[in-house]
Design a protein. Structure first.
Length: 196
C-alpha cells in the first residue's frame, strides 16, 4: 500500500487484483457528512469514511480505501490531510496590498496584448460565455450547470471551440481575451474565474 494512487488510477489497481487497501490521494471537492468526493485532473471518486471530521474543500487528502459497491470506495482511515487555506474574503483582498496598483498593471498588460495583435492585423472577437457544452477536455472540469428557463447551459472553460468555428468560417487572424470558468482551479494563485 506504499504507492499513492490518484482517483483515475484506482479502478485499474483493483481490477488487477492488487491485495488489500489502496492508498488514495486526491483533492477534496465535496464533503457531506461521511461522504467525501476526491478528484484528480480527470476523475472524481466517492469515498465513505465514517467519522470523518469536516475538511475544507480544496484540501489534499490521503486515505486507505477498498472498493464498495460498483461505483464507490470505503476508507478504513484517513492517512493525512494537507489543509487548504481559506481564501481571503473580498473585503480582505481589497484592503490588503496594493489593489489599485494590481488593477493598473492588469490594464497595462491587456492594453499591451491588444496593441500587439492590432499591429499584426488581428481582429478581437467575443464568443459566447454560456454554452450548451462547456468543453471536451477530460481534464478540465466545468462549474455547475446554469438553468436558464428551459435551457441548461454552462459557463465556458475555454473559448477555443467557438474561435475554431470562426477560423473555419474564414476569419484566420483573430484573438480574444476571454473570461473562463473552471472548477477545481483553487489555490493561493488560482481562482475558478480567470482571463484566458
Amino acid at each position: 500500500m506504499s504507492q499513492l494512487l490518484t482517483p483515475s488510477e484506482l479502478r485499474a489497481w483493483f481490477a488487477r487484483g492488487e491485495p488489500g487497501p489502496a492508498l488514495l490521494g486526491g483533492r477534496l471537492v465535496a464533503q457531506q457528512g461521511s461522504s467525501l468526493w476526491l478528484a484528480d485532473a480527470w476523475l472524481s471518486v466517492h469515498v465513505e469514511c465514517a467519522g470523518a471530521d469536516p475538511i475544507a474543500p480544496g484540501s489534499l487528502v490521503e486515505l486507505a480505501v477498498t472498493p464498495h459497491g460498483t461505483t464507490g470506495y470505503v476508507a478504513e482511515r484517513i492517512e493525512a490531510v494537507h489543509r487548504h487555506e481559506r481564501p481571503p474574503s473580498e473585503f480582505e483582498r481589497l484592503r490588503s496590498g496594493d489593489r489599485a496598483g494590481a488593477l493598473r498593471a492588469r490594464h497595462k498588460a491587456s492594453w499591451a496584448v491588444r496593441s500587439y495583435f492590432e499591429e499584426q492585423g488581428f481582429i478581437e472577437v467575443q464568443t459566447p460565455t454560456f454554452v450548451p457544452c462547456p468543453g471536451l477536455d477530460a481534464h478540465v472540469h466545468s462549474l455547475a450547470p446554469v438553468v436558464r428557463g428551459s435551457r441548461i447551459d454552462h459557463l465556458i472553460t475555454s473559448p477555443e471551440l467557438h474561435m475554431k468555428r470562426l477560423l473555419v468560417a474564414g476569419m484566420p487572424r483573430i484573438y480574444q481575451l476571454a473570461r473562463v470558468f473552471r472548477a477545481e482551479e483553487l489555490g493561493p494563485r488560482h481562482e475558478p474565474e480567470f482571463t484566458l
